[in-house]
Design a protein around this ligand. Structure first.
Ligand code: SAM
Length: 259
């Protein structure tokens, strides 16, 4: 069966997304590794190291849609290993309790467990009222924003909770512009991934949803404009600054600074 994603009305999207992530939570890492051949790890590494957390002193960070803690752990490791910083903090926010549980389980094995450096929050990226205005130096969201019903609402909340001068950074699947690479990528996504979902996780529909959600996400220039519309300054695309494609646009990093 398929979720029939293309016909799901927007107000049903949240419960669909919840269902998908409930179903994939415990297999999430395995499937990520299998479907991307481990590449998601490299992308996350370059995403976080490009943000240089800790370079200018301890930072207050929030990782939204932070689920399994992948990004938060990299932020804390980077700050500690590069800058001997044990004061940077990350709040992990996710709408899904099952994904947060996976994150908690993972952090339990680290030195950050039971320290003020990490905290978990069940929260919707579109409605972050429990987080005060102007309170974070860095807001990250990795492979999360395309699952949200309203991207402008997410960006508005990101802008509100960041301090002036704070950075918004997003890692997301994006558009491949090279037609040859794009056709290979399409074949891979629509035939191989759902099969892997069945074999490894007993669940092809969730992975089908993930693939379809990638295709619906706005292409790089449109998304960069949405970030500017929310009040952030981005680099100029002509100067190579508005976004950074990874693997020809399979994934992409967007950044903005709150003015
Ligand atoms: N950031 C992690 C990573 O890079 O591995 C997890 C990414 S996972 C593909 C997407 C996450 O977005 C899931 O944990 C899901 O629960 C969360 N999510 C979906 N909709 C959300 C929303 N409206 N607000 C907050 N989190 C949401």
């Amino acid at each position: 069966t398929s979720f029939g994603f293309r016909t799901v009305p927007e107000d049903a999207k949240e419960s669909l997304v919840k269902e998908v992530f409930d179903s994939v939570a415990s297999n999430y890492d395995l499937m990520n590794d299998a479907t991307s051949f481990g590449v998601h790890r490299l992308w996350k590494d370059s995403f976080v190291s490009g943000l240089k957390p800790g370079r200018k002193g301890p930072m207050k960070c929030i990782d939204v849609a932070g689920g399994t803690g992948d990004i938060a752990l990299r932020i804390l490791d980077h700050a500690r290993e590069k800058y001997y910083d044990r004061e940077t903090t990350v709040d992990i926010a996710d709408i899904n309790a099952e994904m947060l549980k996976e994150g908690y389980r993972r952090f339990k094995k680290t030195m950050y467990h039971n320290t003020p450096q990490v905290a978990f929050h069940e929260a919707n990226a579109q409605e972050m009222s429990k987080f005060p205005d102007n309170s974070y130096d860095l807001y990250t969201i990795a492979f999360g924003i395309r699952n949200c019903t309203s991207i402008p609402a997410v960006l508005k909340e990101a802008h509100r909770i960041l301090k002036p001068g704070g950075t918004f950074a997003c890692l997301e699947f994006s558009r491949v512009t090279n037609p040859v690479l794009n056709s290979l990528y399409d074949q891979y996504s629509f035939s191989v991934i759902p099969v892997m979902g069945t074999v490894l996780a007993g669940d092809s529909a969730s992975y089908q949803y993930l693939v379809e959600s990638i295709r619906k996400f706005p292409p790089q220039p449109e998304f960069a404009q949405m970030i500017r519309d929310a009040g952030f300054a981005t680099g100029k695309h002509e100067e190579g600054g508005a976004w950074t494609d990874l693997w020809g646009g399979i994934a992409c990093i967007h950044k903005g600074v709150k003015l």
